[in-house]
Design a protein around this ligand. Structure first.
Ligand SMILES: NC(=O)C1=CN([C@@H]2O[C@H](COP(=O)(O)OP(=O)(O)OC[C@H]3O[C@@H](n4cnc5c(N)ncnc54)[C@H](O)[C@@H]3O)[C@@H](O)[C@H]2O)C=CC1
Ligand SMILES: O=C(O)CCC(=O)C(=O)O
Length: 380
């Protein structure tokens, strides 16, 4: 008897080959709530996988799978660089965040997370908010980025934006021999949870910024705010953000924005922002170096949120989170120096540093490697 009619995932092993670097990929389907999601666990050498959950109206399964595989790999490196005892994972929910959310959908998602029995911890990302995960928390304890009123560290985009600012200061030090934010010009793509805070801080310090977003409301809001700050804001069209005659491009929206097309347009001296997977491919890092553009690897710059959500497992302490986030300044400088000494790209330098950390820790913690439980005791 044919139980599942007409289902084909190809007549080869291409799906498994696609995830050959990953430990586990879980496809989640709950017809009752409409949940369709993918959870990817890339590497648990340093601890259970941790990574936010993105909600996006992906066009097809390939697009969603590609995104979750790339994002979860990035988390492995981000955890290593940020020195947190977690591995890399990520989740994507296929759906429109404006239309398709419901308490049932996030509860169903929580049940899938719980079924992984401590191998995966998750929280907010693009398209999801802390409120969504209040529903998931009813089904699993393995939710991070929880509001303060529920015992968590609160909005993780606050330390993420702080980390971006430390990264910009390190970049200004490298390029202009100053840690000051003003006197340097910036083009910001995306005024969401992170980008808006970065824009606010730059304006407060008297910097001139150029901004774009697909939301007019956000553009208008920052424009209004700039009336009371020392810095000035200029709104530009979405596609024009790449060709602005400014010092630094600050991508804080979607991934893949550094590609063959945009590199041609860029006139900046450096790129530093919060968006995950900014380079369409690693080779684009080389193209940036050849063009004399300094690239601050995204997963180093945007680790502030991860640092905060990982800290929740020790009880959430703002001073501890800030101290660790400040380290982003030194790590970025170290990467710039290593790239220069070894004549490699900054993304290669960052990858090498992280791979060495993972190997070194795996040797020390071999008893712990691939454990399904965190070191600390979290009751289930
Ligand atoms: N929230 C956090 O703590 C962290 C965020 N990130 C990454 O930073 C980026 C931004 O994250 P959030 O601010 O949390 O997301 P968000 O969803 O709050 O904001 C994204 C903003 O980008 C805008 N946008 C979307 N497409 C655009 C386009 N083509 N051009 C211009 N603007 C566009 C949206 O309208 C929105 O205002 C994402 O790539 C995310 O993965 C990384 C680490 C932590
Ligand atoms: O920032 C978060 O809430 C979780 C960490 C994460 O998913 C990320 O850094 O991309």
């Amino acid at each position: 008897m044919e139980l599942v009619k007409g289902v084909s995932v190809g007549n080869d092993f291409s799906l498994l080959e696609k995830m050959s670097e990953h430990e586990q990929v879980v496809f989640c389907n709950d017809p009752h709530s409409g949940l369709r999601a993918i959870i990817a666990i890339h590497n648990t050498t340093l601890g259970p996988a941790l990574g936010g959950c993105r909600m996006q109206p992906y066009r097809n399964i390939d697009e969603a799978l590609e995104d979750v595989l790339r994002l979860s790999k990035g988390m492995t490196y981000k955890c290593a660089a940020a020195d947190v005892d977690f591995g890399g994972g990520k989740a994507v929910i296929i759906g429109d965040p404006k239309r398709d959310k419901s308490p049932e959908l996030f509860r169903a998602f929580g049940q899938f997370v719980d079924s992984l029995n401590g191998r995966f911890f998750t929280g907010t990302d693009m398209g999801t908010t802390m409120d969504d995960f209040i529903h998931s928390m009813k089904e699993t304890r393995n939710i991070v980025g929880v509001p303060e009123a529920y015992g968590g560290g609160g909005d993780s985009s606050i330390p993420t934006a702080q980390g971006v600012i430390y990264g910009i200061q390190a970049t200004n030090q490298m390029l202009f021999n100053t840690t000051k934010l003003r006197g340097v010009t910036y083009a910001i793509q995306g005024l969401g949870k992170v980008g808006y805070r970065v824009a606010e801080r730059l304006l407060e310090d008297g910097a001139d910024i150029y901004v774009t977003d697909i939301s007019n409301e956000k553009l208008q809001s920052i424009k209004n705010q700039a009336e009371t700050t020392k810095g000035n804001v200029t709104i530009v069209k979405e596609e024009e953000i790449y060709s602005q005659d400014v010092d630094i491009f600050v991508p804080c929206a979607i991934g893949g924005v550094i590609n063959d097309k945009t590199i041609q347009k860029l006139k900046v001296k450096a790129i530093i922002g919060s968006a995950n997977n900014q380079l369409e491919s690693e080779a684009h890092g080389k193209q940036l170096t050849e063009k004399g553009i300094l690239y601050a690897p995204d997963y180093i710059v945007n680790a502030g949120g991860l640092i905060q959500v990982a800290d929740e497992l020790y009880g959430s302490n703002k001073d501890r989170v800030l101290a660790k986030t400040k380290e982003i300044y030194n790590i970025i400088l170290e990467i710039y120096q290593q790239a220069e000494i070894n004549q490699i790209t900054t993304n290669e330098a960052a990858n090498q540093i992280c791979e060495n950390i993972i190997q070194e820790k795996a040797r020390r913690n071999s008893f712990y490697s691939r454990s399904v439980r965190p070191k600390w005791d979290i009751p289930n």
